[in-house]
Design a binder for this molecule. Sequence first.
Ligand code: SF4
Length: 152
Amino acid sequence: MTKNSTIENSKIGNLKTDKLTLKEKPAPKHAIKLDGIKEFTCVSCPMGCMLQATPLESGEFKISGNSCKRGLTYGLQEMKDPKRNISSTVCVSGAEINSLPVKTAEPIPKGKIFEIMKEINKITVKAPINVGDVIIENVLNTGVNIIATRNL
Ligand code: SF4
């Protein structure tokens, strides 16, 4: 391997990368190493353990580096079906300010973030609004609601 090598459109286990540049220096956090192991931080608690996900021939992953079962669950979900929370704002009429902060009531599939942001950006609501009011129900059939995070 040369000092700076590039792998394009590589497939490592279930993990597809469009372009991966490998350098002969310590792997950065959230890196995919040559042997296909992915490293990332567990965000389930403030300890922030560094997890390693090793792809297995079965298509599953072996998670290591976790200090507890929550880390194992998080690591497997991050590899198979990563999810994220979104916080944003929608336009509001009839209030002193013109934007209402909103968020997903539960994490949504990471791959749907941009589509869901488009849906959020289409919305204008009318005051009064209470914290927890559903602004978009079952956004894009994810089973997750977009809710208000303040009173207006
Ligand atoms: S593995 Fe457990 S202890 Fe470590 S960050 Fe995750 S939840 Fe916290």
